[in-house]
Design a protein around this ligand. Structure first.
Ligand SMILES: *Cc1c(COP(=O)(O)O)cnc(C)c1O
Length: 415
C-alpha cells in the first residue's frame, strides 16, 4: 500500500483558488448561480465574448450590411481564420487547419483521404471503445467504397499487434470519451508510419484541454469538436487538420463548391482549392462560426500546459475527497496525469441515477452507458472549491443512497 493520501479541506481548496493564476479566466464566462458545471467536456460553458459577438453579427453584419458582409466582414475567410487560431492550440502550422461541418463529416473526409493514399490496403484499425460516430463513419465509408475494406477494432493494448502491413489507416481518439485515458499519439503515429499506414486523430476531448503537438507527433490528419473544451456553443462547427506533406494534390470526396479553387467562377467541373481550403464543402454557418471565434478569445495568452496542470490538480482534489468518503468506488480514469485528459470517470451500476441526483443538487456531470459517471474538469472556469463541494455532494448521495428514487432513474432522450 502507498502512503495515506492527504485529504483537502474546503479551506485548502479555497486557498488553492486564491493562489491560482488562472482564476481570473472564470469571469470571462457566464455561469448560472448555484450550479457546479462538470460537463464542459460535452458542452463548454458560454464565454461572455460570444454573446456580444453573436449580437453584433446578427444585428449589424446580417441585419444592416446584409450580403455585403461576405466581403466587408470577411465572412468568406472566417473558416480559415478560426482554423488558424485552433491550429495554435494543437501544435499545427498556419494554413493546416480549417473549420467546417461536424466532426463526423470531417472524419469521413479524413478517412477518405487516407484511403486514397493507400489504394493497395484494405484495413482500417481503430479501438473497440472508440466514440461511436468514429466507428460508424468508418463502417459507412467501407460500405460505400465497396472494395472490401474492413474495420479492425481492438482493445488499446492490442493496437501495436493490430497495425500490420495491410493497414491503410489508424483511426484513434486521443482521449477516450468514457474513461479519459489518453493514447501516446507520437508513439502510435511513429509505429503506424513504420508499418506504412497513415493516422487520423480525433481530438474531440483534447483540443483546449491537453497540450497537443500534431507537428511533433507527425500526425497525418486530425479532427475535433468546437463545442467541448473550445466552448463554441451547441453544434459549433468542427475543425480538420491535414499535415503539410499531404497538401500536394489534396482532395476529399465531398466536392462542394466552396472547396473549389474558384467558387465564384461557377465552373462546370470541380477543381479542388489548393491546400486546406479543399476541406471546405458548402456555405459556412457564420453565426456558429463567429461564436466559436469569439469563444477562442478565452485562450489568448493562456498556455494549454498550464490549463492541464490546473485540471490535474482539480482531479487530485476531487478524487482524493471522493475516495476518502466513498471507499471502494471504482476510478476508471488513469491516475497518471500524462495518460489522462481533463476528466474523471467512476464506475457504478446505478451511475445514471447518481448523476441525476447530483444534477438535482446543482452539480452537473453526465452519464455514459452502461455504468460510467463522467465529470469534466474545465480549468478555465472551475474553482478548486467547486470540485471539493461536488465531491462532497457525490459522497453524500452515495452514502445515503439518495440516488435510489424513481425520478432519478427515468431516462431522458439525451443523457
Ligand atoms: C463528441 C465527439 C464527436 C462528435 O461528433 P459530431 O459530429 O460533432 O457530433 C466525435 N468524436 C468524438 C470522439 C467525440 O467525443
Amino acid at each position: 500500500m502507498g502512503q495515506p493520501v492527504r485529504r483537502f479541506t474546503l479551506g485548502d481548496a479555497e486557498a488553492l483558488d486564491i493562489a491560482d493564476d488562472l482564476a481570473p479566466l472564470r469571469s470571462l464566462f457566464e455561469l448560472p448561480d448555484g450550479v457546479i458545471y462538470l460537463d464542459g467536456n460535452s458542452l463548454g460553458a458560454l464565454p461572455r465574448s460570444v454573446k456580444a459577438r453573436v449580437a453584433d453579427v446578427v444585428e449589424r453584419q446580417w441585419g444592416q450590411d446584409l450580403i455585403r458582409s461576405w466581403n466587408t466582414h470577411d465572412w468568406i475567410d472566417l473558416p480559415s481564420r478560426v482554423g488558424n487560431r485552433i491550429a495554435g492550440l494543437i501544435g499545427a502550422p498556419e494554413g493546416t487547419v480549417t473549420v467546417a461541418d461536424s466532426t463526423s463529416i470531417n472524419l469521413f473526409k479524413a478517412l477518405s483521404m487516407a484511403l486514397y493514399l493507400r489504394p493497395d490496403r484494405r484495413v482500417i484499425v481503430s479501438e473497440a471503445g472508440n466514440f461511436p460516430t468514429d466507428v460508424y463513419i468508418a463502417q459507412g465509408l467501407a460500405d460505400l467504397l465497396g472494395q472490401g475494406h474492413v474495420l479492425r477494432l481492438v482493445e488499446p493494448g492490442q493496437l501495436a499487434s493490430a497495425i500490420t502491413r495491410d493497414v491503410a489507416v489508424v483511426l484513434l481518439t486521443e482521449v477516450n470519451y468514457r474513461s479519459g485515458a489518453r493514447h501516446d499519439m507520437r508513439a502510435l503515429t511513429t509505429y503506424a508510419h513504420e508499418m506504412g499506414a497513415l493516422t487520423v486523430w480525433d481530438l474531440a476531448h483534447s483540443a483546449g484541454a491537453v497540450p497537443v503537438d500534431l507537428t511533433a507527433a507527425r500526425a497525418d490528419y486530425a479532427v475535433g469538436c468546437g463545442y467541448k473544451f473550445l466552448n463554441g456553443g451547441p453544434g459549433a462547427p468542427s475543425f480538420i487538420y491535414v499535415a503539410p506533406e499531404h497538401h500536394h494534390g489534396l482532395r476529399q470526396p465531398l466536392n462542394g463548391w466552396l472547396g473549389h479553387d474558384a467558387p465564384f467562377a461557377f465552373e462546370t467541373d470541380y477543381r479542388p482549392a489548393l491546400g486546406i481550403e479543399a476541406m471546405r464543402v458548402g456555405t459556412p454557418p457564420i453565426l456558429s462560426m463567429a461564436a466559436l471565434d469569439a469563444a477562442l478569445d478565452v485562450f489568448d495568452g493562456v498556455s494549454i500546459a498550464r490549463l492541464k496542470a490546473k485540471a490535474d490538480m482539480l482531479f487530485d482534489v476531487f478524487v482524493t475527497e471522493v475516495e476518502a468518503q466513498v471507499p471502494g468506488l471504482e476510478l476508471v480514469s488513469p491516475r497518471d496525469p500524462v495518460w489522462r485528459g481533463s476528466q474523471v470517470s467512476f464506475r457504478f451500476p446505478e451511475a445514471y441515477a447518481v448523476v441525476q441526483a447530483m444534477i438535482s443538487r446543482g452539480v452537473i456531470g453526465d452519464f455514459r452507458g452502461p455504468d460510467i459517471m463522467r465529470f469534466g474538469l474545465a480549468p478555465a472556469y472551475l474553482r478548486y472549491a467547486d470540485v471539493w463541494r461536488a465531491a462532497s455532494v457525490l459522497a453524500q448521495i452515495m452514502r445515503r443512497s439518495e440516488w435510489d428514487r424513481p425520478e432519478f432513474k427515468a431516462r431522458a432522450k439525451v443523457v
